[in-house]
Design a protein around this ligand. Structure first.
Ligand code: AHR
Length: 648
């Protein structure tokens, strides 16, 4: 950010003559619409190890031994020179009908000084923080000759350092749950560690499920990673669109997000294959999504499975679709019903008696891919059933303003349509000035439910993008910025927008898509320039859209006013590799404070953040003095600038 500081020194303002030179005008006397109070939100699904190995704080990978039917992946034998053990999957000795495999550990040789057992390598390591309490839950049984003790430890990869250790006993031939607390001492954080379960005598035990959690956000059991939640809260999101995305659809009807299988104790959740090539534990299930919304003070935008799955199968509208419609109604009842309802009572039983707020239900995801053209009828069936029982809810069609008009739902008027925009930076720069300008203000409301600018030659789903960094650079953030300005200018109609995907685990093999907003490994996380661009927009927005005009400039922007305080917030994006000296005019302002706040994100286009360089590109805030209704402001090259004026 050294370059940025140099630019800031040159950022000047003075009254000037305004003839045919780059100009940006805000007309504060013309409020052209209300900013949607829910404009900025988040979209999420299981992709790039967003939950398992991401937000969901579980540390044991393959905790229920279901990730592979062939071998206990992520588990390996540990033994000393004078001890020996073997492990195998066992489907005949299982805890219940949901956990359909167990791990049999047979220790054939061990004594007090030479233990043997099994280790789990976590999601690219077990993160060890100093002076921290970890909670393990182990479901186990033993053969008749063994009752314990069993030692559980967090140990360095090379086995030389034990960060925390504890013992439990009391195993019998009957399955039991054991809770174990592990405490680390002083030291340096590391993810070069494993979770190890050992015996110090010969014996056979079966593990049905092994879970390990670090401290979680708000100390919630089965909860979320604290650092990632902190970053999300930092975006001030007003909604969370979940659970997809492709994740709600699944590759097949069978592997859709089947919400009823994602609630209750974790040992009652079988998990399912996610369409992004790995298995989901469903540990982050429907109630956790809702809890997540509550934790961020956001409202859910609930996507329900609507009878289309990614491999091209669809459920015929009519009687075949009816059970899926009923599932969606039950799901809505789980979210909003009081405890006298069947599913509201279930939610209370699951630990959350109070209903959640819900306004929007999205019917499916990207149904323009459905070659059978059944979406109109499928949408109608869901829409009618939802409206009959919940007239206050708004339905969202998944065929949005990015798709040809003729493909959209016609038999009903959806309350909202969801458009998805994954475009190059240049495409966003070109389309943004006129985006939504001529849309029918009486048409359905618009949701931009997925969007992101990419700066590489590859579309996000192109395998070649695997060679590119997982998160976008500043150039991409500039593309994001022009599009966000366009959406904000039109936020009387664009009621909600969210970047996608939100998360990426940056470890090799963890990702399926780029660019992604937030990157992390087992122990740390960072925001991409796109994260900071989004934050600058979402945290600085008024409630009235002000008329703006620009001339002789490539700079794009928008302006809003906070009607309670009179503050005027102007956002400017300079996509050029050169500074832009702009005549900035605030027309129709009464009293204008002499100072303003300026937040700037700038640098070279290729500047970026990474796991080992997390804060290379971050916004810088400073004060402007001698503010006037007309002044010259020099925008740094490749910059996003938010100017906050005190006005009445
Ligand atoms: O955001 C990644 C994917 O892009 C979503 O799952 C899908 O809806 C879209 O095609």
């Amino acid at each position: 950010m050294k370059k940025l500081n140099a630019f800031l020194i040159f950022a000047t303002f003075a009254v000037a003559g305004f003839a045919a030179s780059p100009t940006f005008t805000v007309d504060a006397s013309r409020s052209v619409g209300q900013v949607s109070p829910t404009l900025y939100g988040l979209m999420t699904e299981e992709i790039n190890h967003s939950y398992d190995g991401g937000l969901y704080a579980e540390l044991i990978q393959n905790r229920a031994f279901l990730d592979s039917e062939k071998s206990p992946v992520h588990w390996s034998v540990v033994n000393d020179k004078n001890s020996a053990a073997a492990i195998a999957l066992d489907s005949s000795n299982v805890f219940n009908d949901k956990l359909t495999a167990s791990l049999r550990l047979t220790v054939t040789q061990a004594d007090k000084k030479n233990s043997a057992g099994v280790a789990n390598d976590g999601y690219w390591g077990i993160p060890v923080q100093p002076k921290t309490t970890y909670r393990a839950m182990i479901i186990a049984r033993a053969d008749a000759n063994f009752s314990g003790p069993v030692t559980v430890s967090i140990v360095s990869d090379d086995g030389k350092k034990v960060f925390a250790t504890e013992k439990f006993s009391g195993l019998t031939t009957v399955w039991k749950k054991f809770d174990v607390t592990l405490k680390t001492g002083r030291g340096t954080p590391t993810a070069q560690a494993r979770f190890v379960i050992t015996l110090n005598q010969p014996g056979t035990i079966w593990l049905g499920l092994v879970s390990l959690f670090p401290p979680t956000w708000n100390d919630q059991p089965n909860g979320f990673r604290k650092d990632l939640m902190q970053m999300l809260v930092g975006l001030n999101p007003k909604f969370l669109r979940f659970p997809g995305g492709n994740y709600v659809e699944g590759d097949t009807v069978e592997t859709r997000f089947d919400w009823k299988k994602t609630i209750g104790p974790i040992e009652e959740r079988h998990g399912h294959p996610c369409p992004w090539g790995y298995r989901s534990t469903d540990g982050l299930g429907l109630l956790e999504f809702l809890q997540w919304c509550e934790d961020m003070k956001s409202e859910p935008v609930l996507a329900v499975y609507a009878g289309y799955s990614l491999k091209g199968m669809h459920v015929n509208p009519g009687a075949d679709l009816e059970p899926f419609v009923q599932d969606a109604l039950d799901e809505i009842e789980y979210v909003t019903g009081d405890t006298n309802t069947t599913w509201g009572a279930q939610r209370a039983k699951d630990g959350h008696p109070a209903p959640f707020i819900l306004h929007y239900v999205e019917v499916g995801n990207e149904d323009w891919f459905d070659k059978s053209k059944s979406y109109d009828a499928r949408f109608a069936q869901f829409h009618d059933a939802i409206k009959a029982k919940y007239p206050q809810l708004k339905t969202i069609s998944t065929i949005g303003d990015d798709q040809p008009e003729k493909t959209r739902v016609k038999s009903r008027k959806p309350d909202m349509i969801d458009g998805h925009y994954y475009r190059s930076v240049d495409a966003f720069i070109q389309m943004s000035p006129d985006y939504a300008k001529n849309y029918d203000r009486n048409g359905p409301e618009i949701f931009v439910g997925e969007w992101a600018a990419y700066e590489t030659p590859f579309v996000p789903w192109d395998k070649r993008s695997q060679k590119e960094p997982p998160t976008p650079n500043l150039k991409a953030a500039i593309g994001d910025g022009v599009f966000m300005a366009a959406m904000e200018r039109n936020s009387d109609l664009i009621k909600m927008q969210c970047y996608a995907p939100l998360f990426v685990n940056v470890n090799p093999g963890a990702r399926q898509w780029r660019p992604d907003m937030i990157g992390y490994d087992a122990i740390s996380a960072y925001g991409s320039p796109s994260y900071y661009a989004f934050q600058m927009f979402s945290r600085n927005v008024g409630d009235e859209i002000l008329a703006t005009a620009s001339a002789e400039t490539a700079v794009q922007g928008c302006a809003t006013r906070d009607s309670r305080t009179g503050e005027i917030i102007v956002k400017l994006v300079n996509p050029q590799p050169t500074v832009e000296t702009l005549k900035l005019e605030l027309k129709g302002v009464g009293a204008l404070g002499a100072t303003a706040e300026v937040i700037t994100l700038s640098g070279s286009p290729e500047d970026t953040n990474a796991i080992n360089r997390p804060r290379h590109v971050v916004p810088v805030t400073r004060k402007l003095r001698d503010v006037k209704a007309q002044f010259t402001y020099t925008l740094p090259a490749n910059s996003i600038v938010v100017l906050k004026f005190h006005a009445h």
